[in-house]
Design a protein around this ligand. Sequence first.
Ligand SMILES: Cc1ncc(COP(=O)(O)O)c(C=O)c1O
Length: 263
Amino acid sequence: ESKYGFTRDQLFEGYRICRDKGIKRFGIHIFVASNELDPNYFVETADILFKVIVDISRALNIRFEFANLSGGIGIPYRPEQDPIDLPAMSRGIKEKYDQIIVGRGFAPLKIFTECGRYITGPYGYLVSKVLHIKDTYKQFAGLDACMANLMRPALYGAYHHITVLGKEKRPHDFVYDVTGSLCENNDKFAIDRMLPKLTPGDTVVIHDAGAHGFAMGFNYNGKLRSAELLLREDGSVVPIRRAETVKDYFATLDFNGLKRFKI
Ligand SMILES: Cc1ncc(COP(=O)(O)O)c(C=O)c1O
């Protein structure tokens, strides 16, 4: 069902067309996983890709300079999850490289990766305030943030861990839907989440927002992107991006067009 990439037959055909047009330098790229925590998955992916490289190289008499294993390395969004064992992944890929690429005479082959989430995800936090508590048939905690700041929970029901500043050690014996401020019912950061008792003004920290947070942000409903602050190892805080303003929101409108209309 993937919308990416080529079939195996198309790969052979594509490289053949390139070779026949005089292309001399070749590389190949694969992207098969997203947020994967099992190192074997990446080892198997390398196995598939290295074998394809050997098959195409032999069939078309070309040489590959690089294989890009792409990103997809996952992060433990849930506290009970373990981080991926990167050394095990690296050892496994190296074994495949030695067996398939070196063993069959196709070295050297540069190996690239292009990890996104693994590098930025755990190091960003969405910091928000509780605006109000709504008590109907369940408890809703409404935040001043919304899915325009972090879309993953609304988009794919993704789990993001939440802590409440100063209440980390209190019993988590209240169940809340933690909601954003957009007029979309799926604008929720968490559904039925056990948290300490919340009150308006509490600071709610949503974890692992360093990937697919700000970058996936949007302006629907006039929502303005928030500021970004860098917390340094020495505890100092450096503003690295100011918050958007209403002026920014209208900055791309071309009011000159209005002159064409007679009011
Ligand atoms: C082609 C390609 N490379 C790399 C990445 C980064 O993936 P990740 O952030 O899961 O490491 C993506 C993500 O969509 C991608 O489409």
